[in-house]
Design a protein around this ligand. Sequence first.
Ligand SMILES: Cc1cc2nc3c(=O)[nH]c(=O)nc-3n(C[C@H](O)[C@H](O)[C@H](O)COP(=O)(O)OP(=O)(O)OC[C@H]3O[C@@H](n4cnc5c(N)ncnc54)[C@H](O)[C@@H]3O)c2cc1C
Length: 435
Amino acid sequence: MQKTKNNNNLVWFRNDLRTIDNAVLFEAQKNSNQLIAVYCFDPRPFAFNKFGFKKTEKHRARFLIETVTDLKAQLNKLNIELLVFHAQPEDIIPNIFTEYNINTVFLQKEWTSEELTIENAVKSKCKNCIWHSVYNKFLYHPDDINFKISDTPQVFTVFKKKLEKHVDIRPELNISKYSEDNRIENNTKIPSLHDLGFEDFDHHTHSAFPFQGGETHAINRLQDYVFNTKKLGYYKKTRNSLVGKDYSSKFSPWLANGSLSARTIYWNIKKFEEEHFKNESTYWLIFELIWRDYFKYISLKHSNQIFKLKGILQKDYTWKTDQNSIQNWINGETTSDFVNANMLELKNTGWMSNRGRQNVASYFAKSLELDWRIGAAYFESLLLDYDVHSNYGNWMYVAGVGNDPRDRTFNVELQADRYDANGKFRNLWLQPSLF
Ligand SMILES: Cc1cc2nc3c(=O)[nH]c(=O)nc-3n(C[C@H](O)[C@H](O)[C@H](O)COP(=O)(O)OP(=O)(O)OC[C@H]3O[C@@H](n4cnc5c(N)ncnc54)[C@H](O)[C@@H]3O)c2cc1C
């Protein structure tokens, strides 16, 4: 890239860390301008939140480093250079503008408050530039839906019915390769786990998520789960299980940081259905991706209300904040061995099954009547697949302040009998010496 040339494009990567089916990259390629990319490891997501948890704990920190490392390699193949910094974007991006004569910035559209605050801080320092943000996380693109976002139904089934038969899923976008001229000298370095404030650690041998971050690993997993092992074909039967890597797709950590697109999954499932077979299971994975979309539409509609104690239902309950009960839950020392096993799994691996999440969240919010936002903040800290919309949407749902028209409490003992009848999962985490 010639530094002197005007009208260069910049892609600012945040939670869209992929080159396949990336609408931001696609938009940035529409004109003949040269292109560079930037990613900032902003220290703020690694600081402590108001409940005393690190916003990002070590499991997701490592996954993110792996993801950015892979993104850099994939962009390199396209002759696009990724500049990586360990600093606040507003302290870095304005300098990049000047140094590389950036005219237009392309970025994924975000709408939650923390992302917007940072975006506005950068924009306020880069006033002469054109900002081009695009929706890039959805299965059903917000510009294609047949209702106003403010009319997003409060009940999932109604939402699903409005979309499924009436709205098309867009095809995947192809990203082209630049010529060698697009390259720049790049001496920036990806921070280590140590730089981000963590010690190195080994993967837990019992982890149900023994995978690495980055789109290469995401695509490998997709290929493996869907085509090589055809586990997709049994998904509906296995999705409520608790042990092992294949009872569910495990796509969520890659989806959460955008190293895999929901559309890529969708079109691969369609391909599988054409080449092999179509059944309830192949449909059900798409059904779950619609749930993912749903919580994004709910957060678009309700904005910061998803972080409020009364939730989107504006429901008043009495919530407790007893520190002992919170710590016992975190440490897997409650009176329920099923809750304990799940919480130990989360602490040791950054992973918990959907069945586990429903149970421990219900136990926290409905049985112990603890402020659900504290449980959600702990999940935010620990989960490999933390996604603001899915996390807060699901927590509100379970706590009775979200989209569940029924106000339910899980009976964790009955759930354990049903989903862990032989105790295998509980033994794995409560008596690891047996394994
Ligand atoms: C209290 C609570 C908190 C949660 N927090 C998160 C979170 O921070 N990030 C996150 O991605 N998911 C969250 N979930 C949803 C769900 O538990 C995970 O998406 C799922 O367990 C991931 O495993 P998988 O990829 O193997 O899912 P699969 O069962 O294989 O499903 C495929 C994909 O569908 C989507 N999906 C499935 N279930 C849900 C759901 N209930 N809500 C939204 N999307 C769904 C996910 O993107 C998932 O990767 C939460 C659920 C609960 C009950």
